[in-house]
Design a protein around this ligand. Structure first.
Ligand SMILES: [Zn+2]
Length: 298
């Protein structure tokens, strides 16, 4: 081994990079852990390539990987990293076949890792930056019913061919969160009454979206997200030509692939036949654990 080659743990990370599994662009100050900075809070971590391609590794991998890196150098570590490399290569081969296999529970899937190219996600309900001013979701993930995700996949492909993409604000919403929102805005033009219709987002078939360009910049739309004013209504006469054109573009592609536009919010779409899907009462924490025992919503 040349004397200037990194040794120990650094050498192992170097070896992983040289396979191309960990691209050099992911390296940072800390040779040991920085390649894995894409770790998310949901037990499923991601490696992002420079062009935005994404590989999701399933639950359980996070702990294993961190352990391997902490072992440091030596034969044990080399063997572990070799196994990890093989597992990653296998996943790379299987990923195209695995679409739909990421179902977490009750037909719900994580939108970011089941749609390619992945839509941008801006889950404001996981922050205080939303109309309630409260953190409503424990982590920023958009879950959708697999049928809605499959339709959104086609939308995303269609948009990609035009140099555009989706940004997703919200998908599945647990029933108690719906009730909280209703308590704040008891107006059915903007929030579904959880006691009446049980909501639409609660079925995983509703999605709040906007359009972004190839750099991820939002295209000008009639209002901001969750602007509960008449300007957000689809029949508003207050839209500029550019806003109208962008909204029409979004509406056309969403309708083409099976979504129905909601009259009072330009960002809200329901999967056609949404009423045939049951409302769910399963929390994000339960979804993250893949819990299948949701309480019936009735
Ligand atoms: Zn909505």
């Amino acid at each position: 081994m040349p004397s200037n080659r990194p040794r120990g743990l650094k050498a192992e990370v170097f070896a992983l990079r040289s396979t191309g599994i960990l691209p050099a662009s992911l390296s940072g100050k800390d040779d040991a852990l920085s390649p894995f900075s894409g770790l998310d809070r949901n037990g499923c971590w991601e490696i992002r390539w420079t062009e935005g391609a994404r590989l999701g590794i399933f639950h359980g991998m996070r702990g294993a990987v961190i352990e391997i890196l902490r072992w440091g150098g030596g034969r044990k570590c080399r063997q572990a990293i070799k196994s990890l490399r093989n597992a990653l290569l296998l996943l790379l081969v299987l990923m195209p076949l695995a679409r739909g296999a990421e179902e977490v529970a009750h037909g719900l899937v994580r939108a970011c890792s089941s749609i390619y190219p992945p839509p941008l996600e801006e889950v404001r309900y996981a922050t205080t930056y939303n109309f309630t001013g409260h953190v409503l979701y424990p982590f920023p993930v958009v879950y959708l019913h697999r049928d809605a995700a499959a339709a959104l996949q086609k939308v995303q492909e269609d948009l990609a061919s035009q140099g555009l993409g989706l940004k997703v604000f919200d998908g599945y919403r647990p029933l108690p969160v719906q009730a909280k929102m209703w308590a704040i805005v008891p107006d059915e033009r903007y929030v579904s009454d959880p006691l009446k219709s049980r909501g639409k987002h609660t079925r995983g078939t509703a999605v709040d979206v906007t359009l972004v360009d190839h750099l991820g910049n939002e295209l000008p739309m009639p209002t901001g997200y969750d602007d509960f004013s008449e300007k957000a209504h689809r029949d508003s006469a207050k839209w500029s030509l550019e806003q109208r054109a962008n909204n029409l573009k979004l509406e056309a592609v969403m309708q083409k692939h099976g979504f129905v536009p909601f009259p009072f919010e330009w960002w809200h779409y329901d999967l056609r036949g949404w009423e045939n899907y049951p409302p769910l009462d399963i929390s994000f924490e339960e979804l993250a654990r893949g819990v299948e025992t949701a309480k019936p919503a009735d």
